[in-house]
Design a protein around this ligand. Structure first.
Ligand code: NOJ
Length: 500
């Protein structure tokens, strides 16, 4: 990173915390969740399965990136074995049953189905694995919520440019069609791509995640465009070819922070809108409303002009593309972990093109917020209610599934901080449902079990179930939070005794 950028990052990341509304001193509600509420847990293929090259599976970008240079993850470990769920899937389903959850969000490894990403590499063993898996879930009365792309792109497609190449969206469509054909009779809840915001900023922006590309001024936007197109192609394939007979729903999973202005000033309020648009609107606006957010169009155009470029670094959508993408949702899949406090800053001087300079705000967290073992994850329980309301009002999705929400700790079984976090966030979720009328149909906490946390390796544990990564057996043990969650999902109540 050059000196100018380094200074800009220092400025934007806001080293100092700030004091904010005491809204976060949440009183845990003693009301009950609606009896129709679907309680669940979540994982992703690349983070739990292991068996990275078994039964015909192709190499994914994460396999490739960490095999090429193990030091790219904090503990120099990879996901070759991870939780070994590829072999232990029956045991895992029994654990889900023991927890009492009715919904399980997991993902399909694209390179198990199409090892090279191309149709001629079709791998029946991969398809069979997931068909057996969803049948077993259903036999145990657990509804599958399936993500098609949770970051394990076939490496062969990366070699053609990955998400910088529009044709990857077409390859995604071909893959999605195979999965719908084979699993569609059993699966009724689908999400196409998971957290494109994260894969584009980290995988194509700062290069801290696979495939490690550093194109923070332009590749990042191309990545977003291709993933949005991939999502829309998958959505249309489902609705044109399968929905009538299979009757399922399709959306995508977007991650978002709840953002609040540091002061009541108009400048900070405007900055907060900008933060929302560059964080969530970037993806939600094209799909739920149509086209990029206007603020994003204007800001990237302005900064591109300041940089002396002849056009905007933000790729424009054609009118046909806007129509093709708009409305491609049947619900909203929301991942929410943390919140930010936003301040306006002076327009940063023109320098190297940079997404964060395009956003043009400063963000921080509150002085009194509790930090997890992940530096970015601070607890602000009210954020759940605030964000659900934001999504409900701005995107009008009809129905929301909270597809991820969770806490990073050390591997301890006595994880009271996780219970505190979940209790506070769930209480605010229930307030959003009962007090504000937001339709949240289900919730899959992240994560069912400790797993491979990408470039953090196994140093950050999100599971409510502990996994002993030192044992060949990858022994699973309920943490206190799993016991707490077990009780919660059976009583629909967050405290000892709820009002009837
Ligand atoms: C979101 C991602 O979808 C998931 O893969 C990751 O493990 C969690 N956040 C925690 O960082």
């Amino acid at each position: 990173m050059n000196a100018v950028l380094f200074i800009a990052f220092g400025l934007l990341s806001g080293a100092l915390g700030a004091s904010l509304p005491a809204k976060q001193q949440t009183q845990i509600t003693n009301k009950k969740f609606p009896s129709s509420f679907l309680w669940g847990t979540a994982t992703a293929s690349a983070q739990i399965e292991g068996a990275w090259n078994e039964d015909g599976k192709g190499e994914s970008i994460w396999d490739h990136w960490l095999h090429e240079d193990p030091s790219r993850s904090d503990d120099h470990k990879n996901a070759d074995v991870a939780c070994d769920s590829y072999h232990k899937w029956r045991e895992d389903i029994q654990l889900l049953k023991e927890l009492g959850v009715k919904l399980y969000r997991f993902s399909i490894a694209w390179p198990r189905i199409l090892p090279t990403g191309y149709l001629d590499s079709y791998n029946q063993a991969g398809v069979d694995y997931y068909v057996n898996f969803v049948k077993e879930l259903l036999a145990n009365d657990i509804t599958p919520l399936v993500t098609l792309y949770h970051w394990d792109l076939p490496q062969t497609l990366q070699e053609q440019g990955g998400w910088l190449n529009d044709s990857t969206a077409d390859r995604f469509g071909e893959y999605a069609r195979i999965v719908f054909q084979n699993l569609g009779p059993y699966v009724k809840l689908w999400t196409t791509v998971n957290e494109p915001h994260t894969t584009c900023t980290e995988g194509y922006g700062n290069g801290e995640m696979a495939p490690g590309i550093k194109m923070i001024g332009d590749g990042i936007y191309q990545c977003a465009r291709t993933q949005i197109l991939a999502h829309a192609i998958g959505y249309h394939i489902y609705h044109d070819e399968f929905a009538a007979t299979q009757g399922g729903k399709v959306s995508l999973v977007l991650d978002a922070t709840y953002n609040m202005p540091a002061t009541d000033s108009e400048d900070d309020k405007t900055a907060t809108e900008w933060e929302y648009e560059f964080n969530l609107g970037w993806f939600a606006h094209p799909i739920y409303i149509g086209n990029w957010p206007q603020i994003m169009i204007d800001r990237v155009a302005k900064r591109s002009a300041m940089e002396g470029l002849s056009g905007s670094r933000l790729p424009a959508w054609s009118d046909d593309e806007i129509e093709f993408v708009k409305g491609t949702f049947d619900f909203f899949g929301l991942n929410h972990y943390t919140s930010t406090i936003v301040s306006a800053i002076d327009e940063p001087a023109a320098g190297e093109p940079n997404f964060y300079l395009d956003t043009g705000v400063s963000t921080t967290h509150g002085d009194d917020w509790v930090n997890s073992t992940a530096s970015w994850l601070w607890s602000y329980p009210y954020g759940m209610r605030g964000l659900l309301n934001y999504v409900w009002k701005n995107y009008n999705p009809g129905e929301i599934y909270v597809t991820e929400n969770g806490w990073s700790s050390d591997p301890t079984l006595n994880d009271q901080t996780r219970i505190d976090y979940l209790q506070g966030y769930l209480s605010n979720m229930l307030d959003a449902i009962l007090e504000d009328g937001v339709n949240v149909a289900g919730y899959t906490t992240w994560s069912f079990m400790d797993n491979f946390e990408w470039a953090k390796g196994y140093t950050q544990r999100y599971g409510i179930i502990n996994v002993d990564f030192d044992s060949d057996n990858r022994t699973r043990t309920f943490k206190d939070s799993a016991k707490w969650y077990q009780r919660t999902v059976s009583t629909y109540c967050l405290v000892e005794q709820c009002e009837e």
